[in-house]
Design a protein around this ligand. Structure first.
Ligand SMILES: [Zn+2]
Length: 204
């Protein structure tokens, strides 16, 4: 049996994007049904430049110049209108205005775009407020944040809101109860939100 070059096109979800992206596993092996092939996994950004395996353009490549929706400087977008700003770090999503108005969030950044503009103007880093965070919970169902070096999760469990770390957790029945009573060692989360770092969707 002769060894042949092969390329397998597969899909996966980028950690910070909803859509699927193309990935190629390529290498050499015996192209036979049921055989195990050894190869290497290409990063999606590499596959379109390596070996000319695919001539089709990567639709997720952010190479269309446009204006950052937060800082107004030049940023780059993919074919779906999503993009990243190299100046302020905002990750744009084509539905962000609508999401910001209707749901009080954005994705993948969490902070609604209108609040991100305020934070940028004030020279502050993008950070979701407690309200943004709870809005995000109802959109994505699994959230996380860091407090004094401890990673906390917030998620739904049997219809209740569960917040905790490891196997230490609190359960709340409603959004209102969670908002008013969730605490860390007795200190209300809503009161110590300034101490919370990186409130975000749980991507892992
Ligand atoms: Zn920007």
């Amino acid at each position: 049996m002769r060894e042949k070059q092969f390329a397998i096109v597969t899909t996966f979800t980028l950690p910070n994007r909803t859509p699927l992206s193309l990935m190629i596993i390529h290498g050499t092996g015996v192209a036979e049904k049921g055989s195990v092939m050894k190869g290497m996994i290409s990063r999606p950004t590499q596959i379109f430049t390596e070996r000319g395996i695919m001539s089709k353009k990567n639709p997720y490549k952010e190479d269309k110049p446009g204006i950052c929706t937060v800082c107004g400087k030049i940023a780059f977008f993919d074919e779906f209108g999503n993009g990243t700003c190299p100046h302020c770090g905002w990750e744009m999503c084509k539905d962000e205005e609508k999401m910001g108005q209707e749901q009080g969030i954005s994705y993948p950044m969490l902070v609604p775009v209108w609040r991100a503009r305020e934070q940028y103007r004030q020279g502050k880093p993008f950070k979701a407020t407690f309200e943004d965070f709870v809005n995000g919970l109802y959109f994505y169902s699994e959230m996380s944040f860091l407090h004094k070096g401890i990673h906390y999760y917030v998620m739904f469990s049997n219809g209740k809101i569960c917040v905790g770390h490891g196997d230490v957790y609190q359960l709340y029945d409603t959004r209102e109860e969670f908002t008013e009573k969730a605490n860390i060692d007795g200190r209300l989360l809503k009161d110590i939100w300034d101490e919370v770092e990186n409130p975000s969707y749980m991507f892992d």
